[in-house]
Design a protein around this ligand. Structure first.
Ligand code: NAP
Ligand code: GLV
Length: 312
């Protein structure tokens, strides 16, 4: 039996992953090309957004382990081998990084620090008002691995946190759980900061269109840490320009890297991050892969399987 490592990355990134995976899984036979003759022996494919078509024709494949948390690009491949389960990455270091990014964005918005940075460029001495954390309403969309931790960390800092999920998942301590369209609209109307951590699915594509942005409280901020295709960028720019939205912190975009001429780069009320809110950390993720392979071989259900019907 063999293991496949395959993705869209530089040789240096691939070599780093291979070294980490070899350390976590000593003695395994790694194949680095799905077209190689030995690929016929592959039981586990460890992949990072592989080009469509690359997992076709692996007769012994039993599990696809994504190195990404979001599997939208992987699921877009119509040639994925039917019936082979897909596990997504749930990496403790990624959870920690996402929590840090959400805390930084919320704190900067609540205390007016993005505005202060802009003022510095013009040598303006203008202290912003100092609201308390409890006076700042934060709505986290998605209460899964990442959203749940983000919501919990924000509540621990004293923010007034609500979390919206499909199934009204049991919320972390101090977080108000919401679900369904009927609860979303009033929550959007109350929130000062809306943090998006929904997976990209058929239901969440173009989620932030003009009509949903119109439900935001005037002057509120959107923090998009999930996927660019969930935002109608033209509608977002219009909402920022007419003051409906006060600020947007955007880590993800419809086209990445964000094209040099895109209006977001120079918009005074947009903060652009280069899809860096939370990366998979090979040091911890290699252990996650090893644990899932052990479960597979022991006849146990691997962790964090994707429900392909739901799309996440
Ligand atoms: P997850 O554990 O699968 O959680 C997804 C959450 O979204 C769940 O609470 C789920 O509800 C909710 N949800 C899904 N569809 C919904 C819908 N139509 N309406 C309402 N709620 C819905 O995912 P995760 O690990 O937290 O990751 C979330 C996303 O973050 C990923 O898919 C990826 O796109 C993005 N991400 C971004 C970065 C970055 O660096 N920017 C890094 C990693 C991940 P239930 O609880 O009811 O199932
Ligand atoms: C990053 O965006 C991921 O999905 O892991």
């Amino acid at each position: 039996m063999a293991l496949l490592l395959w993705g869209q990355w530089s040789d240096a990134q691939r070599d780093d992953w291979l070294a980490r995976l070899r350390a976590a899984l000593p003695g395994e036979d790694w194949v680095l090309d799905p077209q190689a003759p030995r690929a016929a022996e592959v039981e586990l494919a460890v992949v990072a957004n592989p080009p469509p078509g690359s997992l076709r024709g692996l007769p012994r494949l039993r599990l696809i382990q994504s190195l990404w948390a979001g599997v939208d690009r992987l699921l877009d491949d119509p040639t994925l081998p039917p019936g082979v389960p897909i596990a997504r990455m749930v990496d403790p270091a990624m959870n920690e990084a996402m929590t840090q990014t959400a805390l930084w964005a919320t704190l900067s918005l609540h205390r007016g620090f993005f505005q202060v940075l802009a003022q510095q460029r013009e040598a303006l001495w203008r202290p912003p008002p100092q609201a308390r954390a409890a006076e700042c309403q934060v709505l986290v969309l998605g209460l899964g691995e990442l959203g749940g931790r983000v919501a919990q960390a924000l509540a621990a800092q004293g923010y007034a946190v609500s979390g919206w999920s499909r199934s009204r998942r049991k919320p972390p301590p101090g977080v108000l759980a919401l679900s369904g369209d009927a609860e979303l609209a009033p929550a959007l109307g109350r929130a000062d900061v809306v943090i998006n951590l929904l997976p990209l699915t058929a239901q969440t594509r173009d989620f932030f269109d003009a009509s949903r942005l119109a439900q935001f409280r005037r002057g509120a901020a959107l923090v998009n840490l999930a996927r660019g295709a969930q935002v109608d960028e033209v509608a977002l720019l219009a909402a920022l320009d007419d003051g409906r939205l006060g600020h947007a912190v955007l880590d993800v975009f419809r086209q990445e890297p964000l094209p040099a001429g895109h209006a977001f780069w120079r918009h005074p009320r947009v903060t652009v991050l280069p899809h860096t809110a939370a990366q998979t950390d090979p040091r911890s993720a290699a252990e996650v892969v090893a644990a899932n392979l052990a479960r597979l071989r022991a006849g146990q259900t691997p962790w964090h399987l994707v429900d392909t019907g739901r799309g996440y």
